[in-house]
Design a protein around this ligand. Sequence first.
Ligand SMILES: [Cu+2]
Length: 287
Amino acid sequence: MFKWKTISLSTLLLSVFMLSGCNIKVLNPQGPVAEDQFQLILWSLGFMLFIVLVVFSAFTIILVRYRDRPGHQNHDPEQEGNKWLELLWTVIPIIIIICLAVPTVRTIYALEDPPKQSKDQEPLTVRVVSSDWKWIFVYPEQGIETVNYLNIPADVPIKFRLTSAGSMSSLWIPSLGGQEYAMAGMMTQLILEADHPGTYVGKNANFNGKLFQKMKFNVHAMTREDFQAWAEKVKKNAPKLTKEQYLNILEPGVSAKKTFSSTHLSFVNHVKEPDFAVKHTEILPPH
Ligand SMILES: [Cu+2]
């Protein structure tokens, strides 16, 4: 009795949790990339629920029908080398795997390119450098750089090119789509898009040390005009980024939000110099 109460209570809690999808960012997509991934999650979940339903129905039917009961003594449950049964439980799992794998692979490859509905838009490139424990964003076309916050135009695909100045991390903006790793000495790419202005949370999805949980930042999606105005204002008013200042930012630790009217690309490319931060900053004291 108690067990059933616990089970029904936890089922109820789980449904309430699932239904309040607004709080689960992944289930509340705010852009075409997140939307595609959401559809894939829905399909996989639905299909797997269907399998669970079929398996448990068959299980119940077999239990009831073939149980040992009066007047059923002649039933011989020995079953060996049945060609059709063997075929059945070999083919069904193959079909299940195909039904899950094909949409997954297709979606993942489709997301390598800008979303279809924005094909005519020129993507905006943002170079991302993760450093222990902050995010550095470079807008090469605008010639500006920010630390720990990201402004993007809505309805424009953003082509992130990621690398790391320190340990490996992973850029994740749940409302806009899945994550991508940032690694020293190499460059990875992620395309995301917001379909309307708003503020979203970005985070690091890969544990990389003691201040890992501080690697959260705000993503402000704004209209194209607002973004243009912001970039021009930064270019005009923000201070230039000096090499000394940049080395300071690379020091292990957290950083406040910063804005610069020039980029660090003029003195270092972390893709080509993966050990730049190790050589130029102080190593963390033992702790
Ligand atoms: Cu790598």
